[in-house]
Design a protein around this ligand. Structure first.
Ligand code: C2E
Ligand code: MG
Ligand code: MG
Ligand code: MG
Length: 281
């Protein structure tokens, strides 16, 4: 009987695995069509300074699938990475962001806005990554100083030397770099010092708990101090309440992103948000 139960459990497990694999294969097939069929779009999430002025946005990828609806990047970015689809998708995001920057440059009220674009490890690892970015900047006419590329600590664990070289080459042309989700990875301070970064992004898990968890508060405060010591900018992500913002301001963080200021929204809405902020300020 125990044997039977074991066999049944195994059969059940097999069936579950098979259906998970089928679901993945179906999602992968759909993802291949997403870019050519125009199902990918960008949302913009406001970033503000200490005075509440709009400084720009983080560009966040969205997949509007005809049947599945809006698919979260958490659900498809990992798949895009393992299938290599992140390369054409990442290129498309970069080009769209730079095209937007170039369009904004023509209007005084939007000319100062910056865009932060998320990179995946695979993109950075390409031998011609620097040339690709420079070509997109060139072809779109975007000002490199308005472009910020977001990296994560995990992307920098292998091949740091190669990453540093590429970052330096782009930095020489004016492109900025931010370290996303900072505090959740395992950067050593020794190599953090060597990375040509401009900004640390305090991970939203710390920001979420600053008022309820003393260790999260201490960590957020330490990251701000670390950024200051290293001469880097610092921005908090995932700011959802005025109280969290106040805490962050008290410990010296004067740049924010989060639902308290604005959710990721389509371009027209983002532009309306920045207009409303100017009207207030
Ligand atoms: P991320 O770069 O850390 O982006 C921040 C995420 O936090 C976004 O989720 C954003 O919608 C969410 N968020 C912002 N403010 C708040 C808040 O106040 N509260 C809460 N609970 N969440 C907030 P999203 O858009 O689902 O993106 C998830 C992740 O997908 C991103 O994390 C990024 O790692 C990845 N991603 C998004 N777009 C791209 C892209 O174009 N390329 C690559 N390689 N990855 C991307
Ligand atoms: Mg990011
Ligand atoms: Mg983040
Ligand atoms: Mg993240």
């Amino acid at each position: 009987q125990a044997k039977d139960a074991g066999r049944n459990a195994l059969r059940f497990f097999d069936a579950e695995m098979a259906s998970a694999v089928r679901a993945r294969v179906a999602l992968e097939k759909d993802l291949r069509d997403a870019l050519p069929q125009g199902q990918l779009l960008l949302h913009y999430q406001l970033q503000v300074d200490g005075a509440g002025r709009a400084t720009g946005a983080e560009v966040l990828l969205r997949w509007q699938h005809p049947q599945r609806g809006m698919v979260s990047p958490a659900a498809f970015i990992p798949l895009a990475e393992t299938t290599g689809l992140i390369l054409p998708i990442g290129q498309w995001v970069l080009r769209a962001a730079c095209t937007q920057l170039a369009a904004w440059a023509g209007r005084p009220e939007t000319a100062q806005l910056k865009l932060a674009v998320n990179l995946s490890a695979q993109q950075l690892r390409q031998a011609d990554f620097v040339a690709q970015v420079l070509q997109v900047l060139d072809e779109t006419g975007a000002n490199p100083q308005r472009l910020k590329l977001e990296l994560t600590e995990s992307m920098l664990v292998t091949n740091v030397e190669d990453a540093i070289e590429k970052m330096q080459a782009l930095k020489a042309r004016g492109v900025r770099f931010a370290l996303d989700d900072f505090g959740t990875g395992y950067s050593s301070l020794a190599y953090l010092r060597r990375l040509p970064l401009d900004q640390l992004k305090i991970d939203q898990s710390f920001v979420h708990d600053v008022l309820s968890d003393p260790s999260a508060a201490a960590l957020a405060q330490s990251i701000v101090a670390l950024a200051q010591t290293m001469g880097l900018g610092v921005i908090a992500e995932g700011v959802e309440t005025a109280e969290q913002r106040e805490f962050l301001a008290r410990v010296g963080c004067h740049a924010y992103q989060g639902y308290h200021f604005g959710r990721p929204v389509p371009l027209a809405e983002f532009e309306a948000q920045t207009r409303a902020l100017r009207a207030v300020g």
